[in-house]
Design a protein around this ligand. Structure first.
Ligand SMILES: N[C@@H](CCC(=O)N[C@@H](CS)C(=O)NCC(=O)O)C(=O)O
Length: 289
């Protein structure tokens, strides 16, 4: 979204984490942690979304539209930084996988988090620390980082599989969104989070709200009058070009879901569709004759 906001020409490359593509050796060469996103600029490789956002702002080309240095007002700048830090610190992965385990705490999940994808991500998560330890042995240059990640992963898994611990995380999200709602209410002019300009804090908030909505958590956090400023903010940001270009569309989701299924399922689904088409043709033929 930041790349689109800054009008930077780039070539997107999609990594299918439901297939574990982030742990293929070519990707581990780029990022030994096996995490997306990664930005490659000529021979430089920049992993981690926080570092990528800083790189785009401070190292790429100072003439591009700013997302951080949008004003000389120090108070506004520190507010942008405050909201950026608050939102970036939320553990998006734990919130996501935990919502599959404690489905009764959430409403209706939306694409891409429909059942087969949830199951794939959940089973991937359960086996992941074993996989990470095996991968560490197969990829000596990434060994330490992967072993460390396996340890963190085990701790994260303990938290997200315990309902009480998971609720504590949802409560932190609640506190952050209370701050967001207050800030939006304080903004008398302008539509955005900390000032009248669209900033990095807005990118963080837009992406957070989209993820919570995809997980079916909007009723818990903002709809039905719970946080009306946040609700209208989300509607507004969804209209923004950079948001529309960033969030995958229905055809993207369908393609991802089909290719993430084991080949036997895809074959069976294809055969069933073919069967239905033939049956319809037969019925039509009978009617016509
Ligand atoms: N702090 C990192 C977190 C990156 C992260 O956890 N990415 C997830 C996808 S949103 C990932 O790569 N998961 C696959 C894995 O860790 O195996 C960032 O914001 O870039």
């Amino acid at each position: 979204m930041a790349l689109y906001e800054k009008n930077i020409d780039f070539e997107p490359y999609v990594i299918d984490i439901t297939k574990g593509e982030q742990y293929s050796s070519w990707f581990l060469e780029l990022n030994p942690r096996g995490e997306i996103p990664v930005l490659k600029v000529k021979d430089s490789v920049i992993p981690d979304s926080t570092r990528i956002l800083d790189y785009l702002e401070f190292y790429l080309n100072p003439d591009l539209p700013p997302l951080i240095n949008v004003t000389s007002d120090a108070k506004v700048l520190s507010n942008i930084e405050k909201f950026r830090d608050l939102i970036e610190a939320l553990p998006a992965g734990v919130i996501t996988v935990g919502s599959f385990i404690h489905a009764h705490l959430c409403g209706r999940p939306k694409l891409p988090f429909v059942l087969p994808v949830r199951e794939l991500l959940k089973s991937g998560d359960l086996s992941s620390s074993q996989n990470l330890r095996r991968l560490a042995e197969d990829n000596p240059h990434a060994r330490n980082v992967l072993l460390y990640k396996a340890e963190i992963h085990d701790r994260k898994h303990e938290i997200l599989s315990n309902e009480e611990e998971y609720l504590k995380i949802l409560n932190v999200v609640d506190q952050v969104l209370t701050e967001v709602e207050k800030e939006l209410q304080n903004q008398t002019e302008g539509n955005w989070l900390c000032c009248d300009k669209f900033t990095i804090a807005d990118i963080n908030l837009a992406v957070l709200l989209q993820r919570l909505w995809e997980l079916g958590l909007e009723d818990r956090f903002w709809t039905n009058g719970k946080r009306s400023y946040t609700e209208s903010y989300f509607q507004r940001v969804q209209q923004r070009e950079s948001f529309k270009k960033t969030i995958p569309t229905l055809p993207d989701h369908i393609k991802m879901i089909i290719t993430s299924q084991p080949p036997a399922y895809v074959g069976a689904a294809g055969a069933a569709t073919f069967g239905i088409v033939i049956a319809i043709l037969c019925v039509l033929k009978k009617i016509i004759h």
